[in-house]
Write a protein that binds this ligand. Structure first.
Ligand SMILES: Cc1ncc(COP(=O)(O)O)c(C=O)c1O
Length: 423
């Protein structure tokens, strides 16, 4: 066991592919991104054929594990009949009906390809519906890489002047953003009180801050935002690109009992294929018939929609979300025990099957949580388990208690080798 083949492959990749990774955030995987030859269930195998327990799960989509046979069957049936047609087809409505049947209060949807795209489409709907243009988001929340929302990624980046999150962004792109603080009811109330004067079209919120530490909304926080959005004519958008079809069949609306006007789904909606959707109120989404342009060559591609339909069937099976919660809880208990016994200054946070490694003395970061977590991920990948650089941990229905025990035993050994507080 060792990741020499990935080190060699990464060196070669860097000579043809900018940065050596296909998505910038993967560059912080330590010591190099793992190169995968095949994947099944809870495991990936590297170029040498070594097996790893996978907690990356493709950065979120694989709620039912890699290569789930139900999803593969559905896709295989369609792929030999058509690939992309640019016209109407049966799966457009069958998959849409399956999604609408899953999400409480959902009346209509439009298909998009990625989460980034779907967020932009949702914002366009909000602007068209309200005639206003500004958007409230929360410090540290990630809503895709588009300039208009990729800003203010540090906990203290609140206020009117959004902070660009990377190079190459237009200084004008964030002019519409107002940044609030998650779980700060007073702050959002103050902002929304002046919604009309401040031209606020939408509140964009990831209800569990999936990329910013993983946190449940405080009691009453989402309810208050819902009331204030109603009162001040603001569209409430849940970004459920990670949470959707992971924390509950019906997403945050089901789990927290608060209905947004629009939800953005991606990742798990298609069980590993490229698909996303904006889902919500018919009167807002029907604006596509009234001058709002929603276009895209690959929108509604039949292969991905076959996967959506199959993924919806899997998530409708009784007991799926209870199982995900139980496995998440088992992981939390087993790994917390190991961290505590080793005296590691860190714990875990969890919402269902999504967990976050949380150092006591340091903020987590979307771009890679340094210090002890970086040491752990490097040690674990050398030992046979692969984790994300940010410290997010995805558990799937394919993981077993035996996988979790194996991971805990590996972590125990890794923590004996790494200093609990690396310099
Ligand atoms: C909450 C959230 N919104 C939006 C996105 C963007 O989705 P995509 O990477 O499919 O463009 C992500 C991706 O991680 C996400 O976690």
């Amino acid at each position: 066991m060792g990741i020499d083949s990935s080190v060699t492959a990464f060196e070669r990749t860097r000579r043809s592919l900018g940065g050596g990774v296909s998505s910038g955030l993967r560059a912080t995987m330590r010591p190099v991104p793992l190169f995968v030859e095949r994947s099944s269930g809870a495991y990936v195998w590297d170029l040498d054929g070594d097996r790893y327990v996978d907690y990356v799960m493709a950065w979120g989509p694989l709620v039912h594990g890699h290569s789930h046979p139900h999803i593969l069957d559905a896709v295989t049936r369609v792929i030999t009949s058509m690939q992309v047609v640019g016209m109407g087809h049966r799966l457009e409505y069958e998959a849409a009906e399956a999604v609408l049947a899953s999400v409480p209060g959902a009346q209509r949807l439009v298909w998009t390809n990625t989460g980034t795209e779907a967020v932009q489409v949702a914002l366009k709907f909000a602007r068209a519906a309200t005639g206003r243009h500004r958007v409230v988001k929360f410090a540290k929340a990630y809503h895709g890489w588009h300039d208009s929302v990729y800003a203010s990624m540090a906990a203290d980046d609140t206020g009117e002047a959004a902070v660009p999150a990377g190079r190459g962004q237009s200084p004008h792109a964030h002019a519409d953003l107002i940044i609030s603080r998650f779980n700060d009811t007073a702050a959002i109330a103050e902002i929304l009180a002046a919604a009309e004067e401040r031209q606020i079209a939408a509140v964009l919120i990831d209800p569990i801050m999936s990329n910013a530490g993983v946190t449940n909304p405080a009691p009453g926080f989402l309810e208050t935002i819902r009331e204030l959005c109603d009162k001040h004519g603001v569209v409430l958008i849940f970004d459920e690109v990670i949470a959707g079809f992971r924390i509950a069949r019906g997403g945050a609306a089901e789990k927290f009992g608060v209905r947004p006007d629009l939800s953005v789904f991606g990742k798990a909606i298609a069980g590993g294929f490229t698909q996303s959707a904006v889902v919500g109120r018919a009167d807002i989404i029907d604006l596509v018939d009234d001058g709002l342009t929603h276009a895209g060559t690959f929108n509604g591609n039949p292969v991905a929609l076959a996967a959506v339909q199959a993924a919806m069937e899997l998530s409708a099976e009784p007991g799926v979300f209870a199982k995900l919660d139980e496995l998440g809880a088992a992981f939390e208990t087993a790994i917390t025990d190991v961290l505590t016994a080793a005296g590691a200054p860190a714990g875990l946070r969890r919402v269902g099957s999504l967990l976050q490694f949380a150092p006591h003395d340091q903020q987590t970061s979307l771009h890679g949580t340094d210090g002890l977590w970086a040491e752990i991920t490097a040690g674990m990948v050398e030992s046979g388990a692969v984790f994300m650089p940010s410290g997010k941990i995805f558990v799937s229905t394919a993981h077993t208690l035996a996988d979790i025990e194996e991971t805990a035993a590996l972590l125990e050994r890794v923590l004996q080798r790494v200093p609990a507080r690396p310099a």
